[in-house]
Each structure stands twice: as C-alpha cells, then as structure tokens.
Ligand binder design. Sequence first.
Ligand code: ZN
Ligand code: ZN
Length: 620
Amino acid sequence: MIRLIHAKFMTLTLSPRILHCLPTCCTLLSETSVRFHSISTYPRDPLVSTLLVALKSSSSLYCCRVIHARVIKSLDYRDGFIGDQLVSCYLNMGATPDAQLLFDEMPNKDFVSWNSLVSGFSKRGDLGNCMSVFSVMKSDLDLELNELTFISVISACALAKAREEGQYVHCCAVKLGMELQVKVVNTLINMYGKFGFVDSAFKLFWAMTEQNMVSWNSMVAVCTQNGRPNEAINYFSMMRLNGLFPDEATMVSLLQACETLHLRRLVEAVHGVIFTCGLDENITIVTTLLNLYSKIGRLNASCKVFAEISKPDKVACTAMLSGYAMHGCGTEAIQFFERTIREGMEPDHVTFTHLLSACSHSGLVDEGKHYFQVMSDVYGVQPRLDHYSCMVDLLGRCGLLNDAKELIKNMPFEPNSGVWGALLGASRVYHNISIGKEAAENLIALDPSDPRNYIMLSNIYSASGLWSDAAKVRALMKTKVLARNPGCSFIEHGNKIHRFVVDDYSHPDSDKIHKKLEEVMSKIQEFGFVSETESILHDVAEEIKTNMVNKHSEKIALAYGLLVSAADMPLVIIKNLRICRDCHKTAKFVSLIEKRTIIIRDAKRFHHFSDGLCSCGDYW
Ligand code: ZN
Ligand code: ZN
C-alpha cells in the first residue's frame, strides 16, 4: 500500500506539470498518515522538497498549510532549510501571520532564516515588518548582518519611498563597512533614484572603487526616471567607453530616455547600437523600440522593426496594433489583427482597446460594432469602460449621437470623462446643442477644474449663435479655473528640440520664422484658405481673431520646419494640447501647396497630412 501511494506520488511530483498536480498531491498528503519518510533517505523527505519547489510558483495557501502540517509530522520541521522555504512561501502568498508563527516556532534559526524572513517582507513591500526584523537582527550580536540583509531592507525602503528609513539603513551599512560591497551600493543607487535624490546616487556611483554592469545600468535608469534623459545618454556613452556592452536593462532605460527627448536621429542611433550589440533578437528591447518609433511618428519604421522579429509574441503584436491605432490606420489594424488571430494569438482586453480605437480613428463604424460584439461572444473578453469609450467615440464620429447616448445609458459602468468627452466632441462636430450640453455638464461635474470642458461647451454655444450662454460658461470658467494650460509645439532640427509657444518671439531665428509664416499664410490664402476662428473665445472682431490663430505655436513650428529642413523630409511636430481647426486646415493646405508630408501629434492622436488631406478625416 505504502509503495503504491508512494509510486503515485512520485509520478505526480516528477510530472513537468507539477504545479497543476500540486493540489492533488496535497490532498493525497493530507488524507494519508503514511510516512513516506520511512522509505526515503533521511534526513529530508524528497517529496516534501519537490513539493516545496512547486509551491514557490503556486499561490495556494491550502497547499502551503498541508505541507506545513506534513513537515511537522515528519520531523523535517527541525530542518532549518525546509522551515526557511516554508516561511518564504507563506510570505510570497501574503500570509504574514502564518509566516511569523512558523518562524517563531522554528527551533534552529540561523542568519539564513532571518535573511529569508527579511527578504520575504521586502518582496511583499512590507516595510514595517522588514524594519522590525532588521532592528532585532541588529541588536542581536550573534546574528550577522550581511549583504543580503542590506539588499532586502534597502529595496523595501526604495519600494515604499521611505526616505528617512532608507537613509538610516544607509548609515548602518556604512558603519559595518557594507558600502564597499558593490551589490549593496547598486541597491542604494537605485533607492536614491526612486527618492529623486539624483545627486546622492551620483556621489555613491563615483565613490565606488569599481563599477559593474549593474552599477552603470542603475545610473542610466536613475537619470531616465528622474527626467534627465541627456545625462542618461551620457552615462550610456561612458559605459561604452569603459568597454561594457549594454544589456536588456540598459536598452530599455535608454529607449525611455529617447522617448522623452523625441529625437529621431537619436532613436536611429540607438537602433544601430541595438543591432551592433546583437540585441536585435531580444523581444523586450525590440518591442520597446517599435513602440518608440510609433510614438515619434515613424509608423513605417515600426512596421519594419516588427517584420524583422522572428517570433513576435503577444506584447509585440499589441504594440504594433497600438501603433496602427495611434496613427489612425484602421484597415491596416484590422488586417493585422485578423492575421495574428490566424497565427494563434489570443486577444485580450488591451488588444480590443487598440482595435476599437483604430476603428474609431478611421470611422469604421460597422467593423467597430462587429468587433465590439465578437469580443465577448467569440473571444470571451468582457468589454470594459475603455471599450465603451471607443464605441461612443466611433458612433459619435459618424453622427450617430443618439446611439452613442443610448450606449452610455445602457452600459454597466458609471461613465467616466473619456466617455463623456467622446460624446462632447461629437456633439460639437454635429452642432447638437442638447447632447453636447448634457455631456459637458457631466464632464464639468466630474472635473470642475479642467478648463477644456468649459471651452468646449462655450464653443458649442458660440457655434450655434447662443452668445449669451457662451459668455455665461466663460464667466463660470473664470471663477472655477485659473488659466488654460499653455499650448506649445515641438519640432526637431539639428539634433535639438525647438519649443514654441503662442506668439513666440524667443527663438534666435524668430524674425526669419515669422517672415516665413506670413509668406506661407498669404500663399495658402491665394489658394482659397479661409481662417477658422471658433477656438477663440473672446468677443473680438474677426480680423483680430484671425491674427490670434495665426500666432498658434504649431504654425510657428511649421514655419520653422519649412525654413530649416530639406524639401523631401517630412515635418514632425508635437503639440501638447489638441490641435485647433485652423491649424489643422493650415497644415492640410501647406501639405498640398508645399508638397510636404506633415505629421502632427497632438494630445489625442497623430495627424498625417499629405496632398491636402489628413489621415484623421477631419475628425479628432
Ligand atoms: Zn491652432
Ligand atoms: Zn487630422
């Protein structure tokens, strides 16, 4: 009998799918009083050891407790190693009281046991417990505080952003000479980075006798996380000069730094580094790169990067789909989605958010409705608020305002600002005052401090000639909000980002830029361009309004781009707010007359202008 159970047990535990068999094993274990121990080698029960390994990747508290009981019965309990393992398992499952109880009862605790307790608390982000164990260990002279202890406690302080505790532990480390341990210092650098104490991180780094790969990576990450992308790039260059080759961690931080800087040439240079260092097979790096190209307006480059991935995983596919959605390429997004499904990808809620948003950005209403239906019916993905928001946007964009309103009424969630914002945008385009008013009022109730909602509502009134209502909304806005977030536009030239605000004369070449702008504006007027001034709220003469929209930052950036860049280069402009109708129309005319591709990324999406048309179909 014993042999039979034992055999069955062995088959289960030796199975590569041990994790799936774990509950069965545990039930078997709890139902039998047989001591497998008797037929296996003393002192450790190999079955328990195997089960403990499986338990590490499981989250079943039941299994943990069964094994715990078994360990007590079989006397393996006295084995410090097994006790430590069980403590870690309990802590990983968040069962702190169980862990603490077991730990207190363990007869043979050594510094390894204490360290595993500290490390368990640290991984759970449990700063309080971590610090108290640290204090006990510190006051007990028999316990040796080693590298591992410090790494755990410092990580816990970093995670909890506990500056005082962090600095205290740092002092303790110095007292014990731990500051000479590379791993400890690397953890301290990361901690100071998380606290935003970049200078402390710099000091630690330069005081090290020898920096290793992790040290350099930490510095690149610290600079990136703290909005200092140029320094991140400097550290990267120094690292290369020191003869070190970047790895995944380096490249992911570096690519994030590139995202902040928005420099196309820099991204291309980093792409080159990825290639020369043989990291182009690393799916995480390549996916980050693909994402980055989409974000800086180079969808073609994203497609090329994707095409070269030998085995694209779900994250890479989702990134590509997101690129298509961001750039309003609905048809391409659908084709891509169908292809990946045929190749066996299982879509999730993120996939459908991108797919629906792609449909919405391209006005593919039937396709959007179809995917909204099948996402739950066929793929078992329940629609979330994001999906409803996309659908409201999609229906609204096609003028189906009542359908959109009906969808909001029937959805199983409280509508958020995304949903109402989509409805408000549509009401403005289709001049539907009553729905627009309802949406704007809801938005204002959700966030009374956001000036955009008041401006939109006021625009709806103005567009319908209801001037006094528009004036009331503006007066209300003045009492509730201080000022509108100032619009600014960015354009890259000569490895630098040039920033312009409205009516900006601060650029060294500003005379030339404004002369160019005037020249361009009069040229497009000859071709029939008429200003659209609805974004100007003030009650002023049309001529003054025209003058005001003509000074918008994206127009100045556009004029600068035309002035300095080669005639065959696309102009890429980034705008922090949504682009206004007038600037949108200007970009369309300029793309036609100057035969230039213009790409403008505003707060909502990308606009690709060429031959007088925009990829958004004039809806955004
Ligand atoms: Zn504008
Ligand atoms: Zn557009």
